[in-house]
Write a protein that binds this ligand. Sequence first.
Ligand SMILES: [Zn+2]
Ligand SMILES: [Zn+2]
Length: 386
Amino acid sequence: MDAKTFSAVVEQTRKILREHPLCDHCIGRMFAGNLGMKSHRRLGNKIRSKLKQHPPRTCYVCKNLMSTLEQQAKKMIEASKDYQFSTFLIGAILQPSIHDRDDSIRSKFRLRGITSIKGDVTRELGKILSRKTRSVVDYHNPDIVFTMDFKKDFCEIKPKALLLQGRYTKQVRDLPQKQKPCDQCEGRGCFVCDFHGIREFNSVEGKVAKFFIEKFGAQQARITWIGSEDESSLVLGNGRPFFAKLVNPHKRQLRLGKKIDLRGVSILGIRPINKIPSDPVRFRTVVEMKIEAERDLEPAQLGKLASLVERPVVLYEDSHHHKKSIYSIKFKQTSENTLSVKMESDGGLPLKRFVAGHQVEPSISSLLETNCRCAQFDFNKIITSK
Ligand SMILES: [Zn+2]
Ligand SMILES: [Zn+2]
């Protein structure tokens, strides 16, 4: 920095200090931008020694807040000790009177291009935290956000949700896929459900959510499924894909095994992802159905089922319709009026409706010319493009 500018700064500081005692941090902050100095405290100290003045007992602007930041950072580290993070961001809430005094000095002495005191507080805290926790400041997507409220002397911690992708298999019958949300809060989380959003854990969702909540110290695990199944269905093979959003997790970096056994349900290949896809994920399923017909079945008529691969199955909804394809089908009569069907089809085909022929054409019932019902269906494989 050139000597002329520096001595002008020294003179201006002399005028300011005549009216308002300031700490080194606050002096430095007033001029650091113009002089291109990074450390406010060091610059302030340099100016003050040129003026041969002692530091004041109380800084007019920050009331010595700047010199207590080491202690504040200690509190923040203590508050965050149970959280895993490698990046962070700090926000601060200061007494409004600090901002008022800061503004009044700037306008009175026409100081421009100055970091706000709040910016300085968060920057200094960030430096200390970085050093002590071996993590770095990230403005865009931090693992954890600290909000240091100096008015209440309280540090709030908000960890970023953790997003996971995985698959599950289900080896037992009579276990529903989804868990009913807590009836007190409809799943948002309340005291009654311990903020989990669900109160029971007797479903695939419940078992998977419980595992994640416990393992990651999360408040909630919100699960998005690729397709659905019946309570009585098995999900075999490579399993059904799902996404999980873990809300307020304490842990983020865990080594989980390739297969996690949850008694009847297994979680496979869990890995973190950056985003849960917003568009529906396209998939195919290989399903095995047990079908019961009202009348005895003629072997010759069964052959008609092979034609299902030749044209799409049309599902008629209230005002529109959509089409699903069947890619392969195999069938076998298992008694006079029952058969088993194994087929690969587009995901999302409502199997019970497709068998019964309820606003679906063609259907198993229409092809066999008798009312049929799907007594059970199991998923042997679920195929996604990715
Ligand atoms: Zn100060
Ligand atoms: Zn609740």
